[in-house]
Structure formats: structure tokens, C-alpha cells
Design a protein around this ligand. Structure first.
Ligand code: CP
Length: 312
């Protein structure tokens, strides 16, 4: 694991830019940030400002970044509803980035277009953190997903990981797969044919990873150590009739748990609709709320690393 902080002043655009060593350095920093006393932690972002722009709705990502920045002693400003900003008057992404760059030390961006964060990083003098770019990537979600697996299972290697739901449009799916490339895992992808993974986005990973494709959850569930469930995203379908055909196709309920390993860990980036029964929430298998909690800690560590040369 590298002992030096390579993330000081750096953009976080794609999980593909991170090696296994990089990820483990971030996990180790996440452990460290949780061990700091509040007065030590609040020195790491003191006097610094996080700027955010969310062109798409968010609950967890935005709030966890804000909470993380507050815990580091910093403040946050931003746009979480473009209707109440000059974006509504037609201001471009480029000009919006140029302006928030004047007022912030680090910028968190969510946008509906693939490539938006890479483009913003070219324009901004301060680091850009991709908080979701179209159907392409959500790199900090993948970091917290991998950290969650590591903390809950004690390892990432030699696990059977199932990913179910909207594999076509789900950006968290792609970032997670790109992150899992660093580990020796078996990946079971489960979706209806119309929501199958975009082959062109993973062809280089299929060559080096053990990735299997299925349509039915019952066929894979007994093998899995981790099940990563995703929402079928109505808002990304070009044709609403196609959404109607597949909505509610998978449901994680007690009946399904009967055929699963007793220590199966069920994850979800959230929000969920009806793909996970609320009856699962109180089982030891459900770790999706813990996963969201880890998100704040991991993002605290990441901000500390971006804003400070030697934070820990
Ligand atoms: N997981 C996630 O990105 O959630 P939000 O859309 O609420 O930020």
C-alpha cells in the first residue's frame, strides 16, 4: 500500500483511474478518519469550502458530502435544484463550473451526461469529484461499496458477488465492476435481456474477470456472498412502455433468503422502490443502511486526502 497521499489536489472522475493500492490507501484513510477525535478531524477542512452542483436529484451523495465536509470543519455551498439557479436561465455547464470554481476549494458534480465530470475537470482549477455522470460512472459510490464489502466480509477477494437489476443504465453497476477488477471475485450479473450490461463498456473487463450472465435470480442466489441490488430506473428509459415491461421484475424477500447462504450480505446504493421487501431491513443480511453510513466516512477521508498533503 502506498504511504504517500497521491490524492492531494486531484480530481476523482473515474474509478478506472484507481489501482488496488490506491483503493486500499483510501480504505485505510477511512478507518483513520473514524479514529480521530472531533477536534483533530475538524482541522482537516477548516476554512475550506466544498461547492456542489447537482443537475439530477440526490439524497445520499449530496448530504453525505455536506456532512463529511462539516465534520472536517469546512463549509458547503451549491446548487441542488437547477430550477433555482441561473442554469434555468440557460447558463452553460462550462460557465457554471467556472463560477463555482471561484467560490470553492473542491467541487462535487452530478450531471445527466456521460463525460460531464471529465469535461468539468478540464475547466476547473480546483479538484472535481464525479458524483454521478449519466449512465457512465459514480466512482465514490464504488469506493464506498468496496469499503462496505471489505468491512462486512473481512475481504473482497474470493467472494461471489451478484449484481441485479438495471445493468444497462445503472452507473453504480459500472463503477462497481471497474473497482472489482482489482480483486479475485466471481461476478454474477442478473438482468432481463432488455437491461443487460452494455458489452462495449465492459469488454476489456470480461477478458480478465470471471463474469457470468443470468436472467433469473433464483439460479444464482445460493452461490452468492454479496448481492448488490439496483433500482430499475424509470427516468433513464427512452420508452416508458419498455419500463412497464420490466418494473418490479426482481424482488428480494424472505422466500428468496430461504435459498441463500445464511451470511449473504444484501447491498443497494439506494434509493430503493419495491425491489427489496421492507421485511428484509431488520435481517442481519441487510447492510444497505450501513453502506450509506460508510459513505459519509469514506467521503470524509477522500475530502481530507484531496484538501491536505498529509492529513493522517
Ligand atoms: N446512492 C446514491 O447515489 O444515492 P443518491 O442518488 O440519493 O445520491
Amino acid at each position: 500500500m502506498p504511504s504517500k497521499n497521491h490524492f492531494f489536489g486531484k480530481d476523482i472522475v473515474s474509478i478506472r483511474d484507481f489501482s488496488k493500492d490506491d483503493l486500499e490507501f483510501i480504505f485505510d484513510s477511512t478507518d483513520k478518519v473514524q479514529q480521530l477525535k472531533p477536534e483533530e478531524k475538524s482541522e482537516l477542512g477548516k476554512g475550506r469550502t466544498l461547492g456542489y452542483i447537482f443537475y439530477e436529484p440526490s439524497t445520499r451523495t449530496r448530504m453525505s458530502f455536506e456532512a463529511a465536509m462539516a465534520s472536517l470543519g469546512g463549509s458547503s455551498i451549491g446548487i441542488f435544484d437547477s430550477k433555482f439557479s441561473s442554469i434555468e436561465k440557460g447558463e452553460s455547464l462550462a460557465d457554471t463550473i467556472r463560477i463555482i470554481d471561484l467560490y470553492s476549494d473542491v467541487i462535487v458534480l452530478r450531471h445527466s451526461r456521460d463525460g460531464s465530470s471529465r469535461y468539468a475537470a478540464e475547466l476547473s482549477s480546483n479538484p472535481i469529484i464525479n458524483a454521478g455522470s449519466g449512465s457512465e460512472e459514480h466512482p465514490t459510490q464504488a469506493m464506498l461499496d468496496l469499503y462496505t464489502i471489505f468491512k462486512e466480509k473481512g475481504r473482497i477477494d474470493n467472494l461471489n458477488v451478484g449484481i441485479v437489476g438495471d445493468l444497462k443504465y445503472g452507473r453504480t453497476v459500472y463503477s462497481l465492476l471497474y473497482g472489482l477488477k482489482n480483486y479475485n471475485v466471481n461476478v454474477y450479473l442478473v438482468s432481463p435481456p432488455s437491461l443487460a450490461i452494455r458489452k462495449e463498456s465492459i469488454f476489456e473487463y470480461e477478458a480478465i474477470m470471471n463474469i457470468m450472465h443470468y436472467n433469473y435470480l433464483d439460479d444464482v442466489i445460493p452461490h452468492l456472498d454479496v448481492l448488490y441490488v439496483t433500482r430499475i430506473q424509470k427516468e433513464r428509459f427512452p420508452d416508458i412502455q419498455e419500463y412497464e415491461k420490466v418494473k418490479g421484475i426482481y424482488r428480494i424477500d424472505e422466500k428468496l433468503l430461504d435459498i441463500a447462504k445464511t451470511d449473504l450480505s444484501i447491498m443497494h446504493p439506494l434509493p430503493r422502490l419495491d425491489e427489496i421487501s421492507h421485511k428484509i431491513d431488520n435481517t442481519k443480511n441487510a447492510i444497505y443502511f450501513k453502506q450509506a453510513a460508510y459513505g459519509k466516512e469514506l467521503r470524509s477521508a477522500l475530502l481530507a486526502l484531496i484538501l491536505n498533503e498529509n492529513p493522517f
